[in-house]
Design a protein around this ligand. Sequence first.
Ligand SMILES: [Cu+2]
Length: 84
Amino acid sequence: MTTETTTGPTGTSGAVTTVYQVKGMSCGHCEGAVSGEISTIEGVTSVQATAATGQVTVVSESVLDESAVRAAVDEAGYELVEQA
Ligand SMILES: [Cu+2]
């Protein structure tokens, strides 16, 4: 809860939107499992998983470490194919 006044790498406060391609999602339950795991990553503010396309749109406060996203998807039981 401390207020950082140092200038960040970007200096912007805008959210970062990243789309990932996830393999194995087939229904709403899968969407919920994937978005539930990804939403536990620090800095993530919104996750929208779509089983029909296999795409997961993640909105975060800063650029995410792909390995963290990959681990979360793996934890849910699916596979992160690539960053779309
Ligand atoms: Cu499913």
